[in-house]
Write a protein that binds this ligand. Structure first.
Ligand SMILES: [Zn+2]
Length: 461
């Protein structure tokens, strides 16, 4: 079961509601300096910096950072050399570059100029231009202010200016107020979830920075392609954070043609080579925590533990087996036994065992729970084409009217069918959906665990 669709559907709702505001004008390229126009934003650059500082304090606690002076000096001097060419008031951002001690290939930027590059990027890059391409792309997210643009979308989606005035009029940090909008903090923050449009803009700005800084501006996009082929496992996170439209190379080529006369690009990689060698000589990164992705067909997950552990979320809490792992993504939570996530042929991840909780906002106002549940099932069907409703009944969830839906689907475990039990309940303007997932042949043995989880649910008033 892939549960990613709910957020997309919600994004579409916001998009439809605000179509005219949301369509960021494309970059205007021409002779001279291109015009990079950020999307609408209710926050100031100072507030980007403040939010970024608070979030980075959190991220620094959540991720293993590499505290190596030589490597940090190198990435900071390369980074600062690049962002000096960034458009849109680059001098107002803090520009701090950190190295995450992970061999996964990934990089991300927080608002205000806090850029994180995984050690795996240094390892995979063949020359400085490729590393510079990753940093330039992330700098593009900063100067296009994508994080607080997302926050601005959330403000509008949740009630517009009245909410904004309430946020800005309140005491307490901006991040705390944004967290109340459901934007989260640290590595799970929605501030980090860029749209495809944002990714294209970051590519455009990145290409411009590379060209201006004297690097081969084509170095960036082929690097993404090379690493996708060469390190399929180590790039999963990168490509779920950075959707990779096929026309990306074409877009970059078009932009390059308009930037100015071609230049060969810097070929002096001395500093890059010594930084890369230095990193390679350090102790290897710590083993990555997280759900190991194993072949769930030949190795079904271990049975759910009888001991439960507690999860306390913003709008609900529940208990789940203590040998399951909790993964938060966008506005859903997955509770998954080890090996319960399965990687498909395309590198996409789907949950074969466990439970998931999603918040879904129906497209129409004044909805009833049965219709809204139907709409949610439809939205899931887009990524689960074999999903069918077997049975639907009303039920009561902790004193709240709820709908219980039994579904059948193709399991991500090859050759197996899947049974899903969906329980939906209204939470203000949204539907809170609890989904219990197992291959059809194993559902019976998981049912007692699913019941225990269901019984433990508490909904915030
Ligand atoms: Zn990006």
């Amino acid at each position: 079961m892939s549960t990613r669709v709910a957020w997309q559907a919600r994004t579409r709702l916001v998009a439809a509601f605000l179509a005219c505001l949301l369509l960021s004008p494309p970059v205007v390229l021409g002779v001279g300096k291109p015009d990079f126009k950020p999307g609408y934003n209710f926050f100031s650059i100072q507030e980007d910096v403040e939010t970024g500082r608070e979030n980075s304090a959190q991220v620094d606690k959540q991720l293993p950072l590499l505290n190596d002076a030589e490597a940090l000096n190198y990435v900071n001097s390369l980074g600062k050399r690049l962002v000096a060419f960034a458009p849109n008031n680059h001098a107002e951002y803090v520009w701090q570059f950190r190295i995450v001690n992970s061999s996964e290939i990934n990089a991300f930027a927080l608002p205000g100029g806090y850029i994180y590059v995984n050690r795996g990027v240094f390892d995979a890059a063949e020359n400085e231009a490729q590393l510079a391409g990753v940093i330039a792309h992330e700098s593009g997210h900063v100067v296009m202010r994508h994080g607080t643009h997302i926050a601005s979308q959330a403000v509008l989606a949740q009630g517009g200016l009245a909410i904004l005035n309430a946020i800005l009029g309140q005491s307490g940090s901006l991040t705390t107020q944004l967290t109340q909008l459901g934007l989260g903090l640290g590595v799970d923050s929605l501030l980090l979830k860029n749209s495809r449009t944002a990714e294209t803009q970051a590519d455009e700005v990145g290409t411009y920075i590379l060209y201006q800084a004297g690097y081969d501006p084509r170095a960036m996009v082929p690097f993404f392609q090379i690493i996708a082929k060469k390190y399929p496992q180590r790039t999963l996170q990168f490509f779920s954070d950075h959707p990779n439209p096929e026309n990306r190379i074409r877009d970059v080529d078009q932009e390059i043609a308009q930037l100015g006369p071609p230049h060969g690009g810097r070929t002096d990689d001395g500093e890059f080579d010594s930084a890369k060698q230095h990193l390679a000589a350090l102790a290897p990164p710590p083993e990555r925590k997280g759900t190991p992705k194993i072949d769930a067909k030949s190795h079904p997950p271990p049975l759910p533990s009888a001991n439960l552990t507690h999860f306390d979320g913003k709008i609900f809490s529940l208990d789940y087996p203590d040998n399951w792992q909790l993964q938060r993504s966008e506005d859903s939570v997955a509770l998954c036994p080890p090996g319960g996530m399965v990687t498909g042929a395309e590198g996409e991840t789907a949950q074969a065992y466990g439970a998931a909780v999603s918040l879904y906002t129906p497209q129409q106002g004044n909805w009833g729970l049965v219709d809204a549940t139907q709409e949610f099932v439809e939205s899931m069907r887009q990524s689960n084409p074999q999903l069918h409703v077997l049975q639907q009944t009303g039920m009561n969830l902790r004193g709240n009217p709820a709908v219980s839906t039994l579904l059948q689907n193709d399991s991500p475990v090859e050759g197996q069918r899947e049974t899903d039990h969906l329980v939906t309940v209204r939470r203000r303007e949204s539907v809170l959906a609890f989904i219990f997932i197992a291959p059809a042949g194993a559902f019976e043995s998981y049912a007692p665990t699913f019941d225990k989880i269901l019984q433990s649910i508490n909904l915030a008033p």
